[in-house]
Design a protein around this ligand. Structure first.
Ligand SMILES: Cc1cc2nc3c(=O)[nH]c(=O)nc-3n(C[C@H](O)[C@H](O)[C@H](O)COP(=O)(O)O)c2cc1C
Length: 331
């Protein structure tokens, strides 16, 4: 369990914000599977939000069942960020998070995301402005720094703590690294050793064992999981089970089928834009390690309508599975 002011995060596991992926539908699915303590919106532009962009506002849509839920913002203009913070506050979010890790060119060009890690003066002003504007808990999510020679996680962490930031997540890769190489968990341990506020470790957790190892090696107060939850959304529950000496959930093919159906159902209910693309993406993650999954993925990718994707999935699970179960061809 982890406490950030009035928010109880139980268990101390977080779903990473992932742009284009962790929308309200995906977050609810994760919450329903159990074991995830806190979810966060995809990063949302303060500029877009305060200029009334429909897309940005839509990103801040959430359901009560997601609570506790954090809104993540990015931007580089203190006043816009303050205004966006007040909007987030008014929308009833439990906390607000500032993205200081995004490596995307589009974002760093405007000095947002990881670019702020090398603009300490501006960052300090931004942190103070958001702190003053937010009545709810304020957290940040950072990378290690811009490059290996500019590792600033500790310096930024201390500054943030002094200003009143209430928790910090570290993905210990540099901006230059992107997603290559390995996350340097040693930096999480270092940050934890020097800060009083909760430190959440992130990066390269793909199995429940990894999560327990990160906690043991770094002493972090919580763990955040991104890509690992895409291919295995049961990972949060498995972490809880492993920590409590319970038998691990081993999702069956039928569980995966039910999950795909539940996801599609929610997408339709919410009338999410780009649903066809999301269905294809989701179905492709969840059919790995299922017998004959490759042929299903191919047929899904050739579908041109949402109903067609649905039909192909149903057909696959109803007809192919009895045979597939007898022939364990895994791909
Ligand atoms: C497709 C994708 C989108 C992402 N979008 C965001 C984002 O909106 N905000 C953010 O703070 N991090 C974002 N990240 C970074 C993740 O939150 C996380 O820090 C990173 O993937 C490392 O964790 P992992 O190894 O568990 O995936 C994104 C990562 C991916 C792969």
């Amino acid at each position: 369990m982890l406490q950030i002011r009035n928010i109880t995060i139980r268990p101390a596991t977080f779903l990473s914000p992932m742009a284009g992926l962790t929308d309200s539908v995906f977050r609810r699915l994760i919450k329903r599977l159990g074991g995830c303590g806190l979810v966060m919106t995809e990063f949302t532009s303060a500029e877009g939000l305060t200029r009334n962009s429909f897309k940005s506002r839509r990103m801040l849509f959430y359901h009560e069942e997601e609570r506790p839920v954090t809104a993540q913002l990015f931007g580089a203009d203190p006043e816009r960020l303050a205004e966006a913070t007040r909007m987030v506050d008014d929308l009833g979010f439990d906390a607000i998070d500032l993205n200081l890790g995004c490596p995307a060119k589009k974002v760093v060009k405007g000095c947002g995301g990881s670019a702020l890690l090398r603009e300490t003066k501006l960052l300090e002003e931004i942190l103070r402005t958001i702190r003053a504007a937010a009545s709810i808990p304020f957290t940040i999510k950072i990378r290690a720094g811009w490059s290996e020679t500019e590792t600033v996680a500790l310096q930024i962490g201390k500054m943030a703590e002094d200003i009143g930031v209430e928790a910090i997540t570290l993905h210990p890769r540099t901006r230059v690294q992107g997603f290559s190489g390995k996350a340097n968990w040693g930096l999480i341990a270092q940050l934890k050793a020097h800060l009083k506020i909760p430190v959440i470790g992130n990066g390269d957790i793909v199995t429940p064992e990894d999560a327990l190892r990160m906690r043991a090696e770094t002493g972090c107060d919580g763990v955040m999981i991104g890509r690992g939850a895409l291919s295995n959304p049961w990972i949060f529950r498995q972490i809880f089970e492993m920590e409590n000496g319970l038998p691990l959930t081993q999702p069956s093919i039928s569980d995966k089928h039910q999950l795909i159906k539940a996801y599609f159902q929610l997408l339709f209910e919410e009338e999410i834009p780009g649903a066809l693309g999301k269905m294809k993406q989701f179905a492709s993650w969840f059919t790995h390690a299922i017998p004959f999954g490759a042929s299903l993925r191919k047929s899904i990718y050739e579908s041109t309508q949402e109903s067609e994707v649905m039909e192909r999935i149903e057909q696959f699970f109803q007809n192919a599975l009895p045979t597939a179960d007898c022939q364990p061809v895994v791909d």
